[in-house]
Write a protein that binds this ligand. Structure first.
Ligand SMILES: [Zn+2]
Length: 476
């Protein structure tokens, strides 16, 4: 299922499904099938009981569901179990009965919580990790992003996206939104084949350089809709100079019934583009609009975004790396803007959601010189999970360990040099946590990581393939 063969430019539907990994990866993707929870079973035998898994005896479960446990935003329970069945959370509580055929994963001494929701990334930019480190956003575009993007081949896209997506999964990311300005059909097909093959829940936000409704609809219908864990958005970059294109993108998103996803005010110079004014003028302000960065908002713009229930992705690691500025996050929260966290692809140079949370807290404290400013550790854990799901309009399905929601679950092992001893695990998750503390990751009830290792993945080969792809890009 990790074939790197060159996809045809216009594959037939049967080839396409095979290319997306749906044949070989069907167990990985189709969470409700009998085989769905047994990628770890090398025999390929169907798992009994809908692939049910019982996480037993977790020392702490952070459900993010206010109705659970002791209440509060984290919905915390001590010494509790989590039962997953048919890809969904079936029950959370102490000493749950074990239905026949249920696989038990012992979680004593561990923390169980919902997976991270990455509301903004660009996975292909793994090609430029560590690049242009002395440049701001515009220098980084000119020196790293644009030259590398122009050299991409289907093989390179597949290897790089697969590497970055698996890095996200191993860090505890279970949902990600990828803003992609790559549009040749064979590159898009390769991109989506790589994403689908990892088993992560994803949204492909496609930026069409022209208002090409036929191509966009084709990508959605043929490449995204067949993937059970895939969804679609139309991407744009709001600015007065391209207002007609922005309007066409918004109309396309509306026609397809999906969100519009735009970068907004990442740099102070982009004030001249008046992106919020443009998005207002084209009628896009509303809960179907996701804006990224939104660093340099005025009070009036924050009020306007809140009034229209516009959603935002906050990318503090990227903003720091590119000297973009510090988002007015506490003001946005005070107004009630729904904000999730985003790693933002190549500019964060890793998929470390713990570093992202820590930075989201730290930057606001630096700005306010006030340790009580939003977000506190509970706030940022919520932003990283349920808050991200709310920003994407998918909180009815993911973001908390609420029975009935899809089972996107992370198990963290605090028994590590960087994490122990226990004092306040909620604080330690944010300030001590690292990707290597993530012991297990489930997406749609399927184990993608167990016992600290990605399931069924030859990581050495993934790295070798990405190295080879990067070397070819450097030579081209
Ligand atoms: Zn971005």
């Amino acid at each position: 299922m990790q074939s790197t063969s060159t996809p045809s430019a216009a594959p037939g539907r049967r080839d396409l499904l095979a290319g997306l990994g749906l044949a070989a990866a069907a167990p990985l993707l189709l969470g409700s099938t009998a085989r769905s929870a047994s990628p770890q079973d090398p025999s390929g035998r169907p798992a009994p009981n809908g692939g049910a898994v019982l996480l037993r005896g977790a020392s702490l479960v952070l459900t993010m569901d206010r109705a659970a446990g002791s209440g509060g935003p984290l919905g915390a329970l001590e010494n509790a179990d989590v039962l997953m069945r048919s890809g969904a959370v079936a029950a959370v509580g102490p000493s749950l009965p074990r239905p026949p055929g249920t696989r038990v994963v012992e979680a004593a001494g561990k923390v169980v919580m919902p997976g991270f929701v990455d509301t903004h990334t660009h996975l292909w930019q793994a090609a430029i990790r560590g690049g242009c480190t002395d440049r701001d956003l515009f220098g980084w575009f000119a020196g790293c992003t644009h030259p590398q993007r122009g050299r991409l081949t289907p093989e390179a896209v597949h290897s790089l996206v697969r590497l970055a997506a698996l890095d996200a999964v191993q860090s505890g990311v279970t949902t990600l939104v990828d803003w992609v300005d790559i549009f040749a059909f064979d590159l898009v097909e390769s991109y989506l084949r790589a994403l689908a093959g990892t088993g992560v829940r994803f949204t492909y936000a496609m930026y069409p350089p022209r208002p090409d409704g036929v191509l966009v609809a084709k990508v959605k219908k043929e490449l995204v809709d067949p993937v059970p864990l895939g969804s679609f958005q139309v991407a744009t970059h709001a600015a007065r100079s391209v207002q007609d294109l922005n309007r066409a993108h918004w109309e396309l998103a509306r026609d397809l019934g999906v969100m519009l996803n735009s970068h907004v005010l990442e740099r102070p110079e982009q004030r001249a583009d008046d992106p919020v004014g443009v998005l207002a003028d084209i009628g896009a302000l509303g809960p179907r609009l996701l804006i990224n960065h939104a660093v340099h908002l005025t009070d009036a713009e924050i009020a306007r975004l809140a009034e229209h229930d516009v959603r935002a992705a906050h990318c503090p690691l990227s903003n720091m790396r590119l000297a973009s500025g510090i988002m007015r996050l506490s003001e946005c929260a005070r107004r009630g803007v729904k904000v999730g966290l985003g790693l933002d692809g190549g500019t964060n140079d890793s998929s470390d959601f713990y570093a992202l949370m820590k930075t989201a807290v730290g930057l606001q404290r630096v700005r306010a010189t006030d340790a009580g400013v939003f977000p506190q550790v509970a706030d940022v854990l919520r932003m990283a999970t349920l808050g991200g799901a709310e920003a994407l309009g998918i909180a009815d399905r993911v973001g908390s360990l609420t029975p009935g929601k899809r089972a996107d679950v992370v198990v963290v092992d605090p028994a590590a040099l960087n994490f122990a001893p226990r004092f306040d695990w909620v604080g330690q998750l944010v300030f001590n946590g690292r990707p290597e503390n993530v012991d297990a990751v489930f997406v749609d009830g399927r184990a993608l990581k167990l016992d600290g290792r990605l399931v069924g993945i030859d990581t050495d080969r993934v790295v070798r393939d990405a190295e080879a792809a990067a070397a070819r890009l450097r030579r081209s």
